[in-house]
Design a protein around this ligand. Structure first.
Ligand code: GLN
Length: 239
């Protein structure tokens, strides 16, 4: 394997990976390979310490109990925190936003300390947010509407150090009544969008790849099927 291989960390797929969120790592690998880069996925499970040396990282959503196991593991093995500090891109889906925040409350009302990579706190809401979500991106480098499928009970409030990823135009988003969706802080991007998010939002995938490679531009990829999927999901969300 060449040294130039881009290594994508799929963090705790054994406990965090609802709705095919592991697909985000596949999308990153595929988009890298289509542009001629060697890329591989490193699965980091509950049996492994979290390496801090990978080029980018993705974490998926989880049910409450699995989410707690992940929180404990990431607290005991702080490799993800070190990687983000040196600027490695991290994508955190749904429960992962909550775990990466300061704390979250479970549906049973227990407060669990997170790993404080995001200035965010999460409290369960009365009504579960389920369905399509569409947002206008607020992050520099993104222009196309973001689309995803959300299913969460937690409502996330951002502190001053985190910015929302998008402004909600359909669906619920962070769920605390401020029309915000997701959380961005340094190299960490959190979102409630399953889908998987990067299959539906190639611009977001390429933003992570650009950051990982340290380049401003990437060769465009013509993928009509992806455009079709986006049109379909955006239309479903606006219905
Ligand atoms: N258990 C969390 C919640 O309900 C996250 C759910 C998820 O990741 N889909 O808010």
């Amino acid at each position: 394997m060449a040294d130039s291989t881009v290594r994508i960390g799929l963090v705790l797929p054994d406990v965090m990976g609802t709705y095919g969120d592991g697909g985000n790592a596949l999308i990153l690998r595929q988009r890298l390979r289509m542009r001629g880069h060697d890329a591989e996925i490193i699965e980091i499970t509950l049996n492994d310490a979290v390496p801090d040396s990978l080029d980018l990282y993705t974490l998926g959503g989880a049910e409450d109990y699995a989410q707690r196991l992940a929180t404990r593991h990431l607290t005991q093995h702080p490799g993800l925190q070190r990687a983000a500090e040196r600027g490695a891109p991290v994508l955190a889906i749904c429960a992962a936003i909550q775990v990466l925040g300061h704390w979250y409350e479970t549906s049973a009302g227990e407060r669990v300390d997170g790993i404080s990579m995001l200035d965010a706190t999460t409290v369960p809401q009365e009504k579960r947010a389920i369905g399509e979500v569409i947002t206008t991106p607020l992050l520099k480098g993104l222009s196309a509407p973001l689309t995803g499928f959300e299913n969460h009970r937690g409502g996330t409030t951002l502190g001053a150090d985190a910015q929302p990823l998008g402004r909600v135009t359909a669906g619920v988003g962070n769920g605390v009544g401020d029309s915000q969706e997701g959380a961005v802080q340094g190299s960490v991007i959190g979102t409630y969008m399953h889908g998987p998010a990067l299959a539906r939002n190639p611009e977001l995938a390429d933003l992570m790849i650009r950051r990982a490679l340290g380049v401003d531009v990437l060769d465009p990829l013509e993928l009509p099927d992806v455009e079709l999927l986006r049109r379909e999901r955006l239309a479903a969300g606006r219905r």
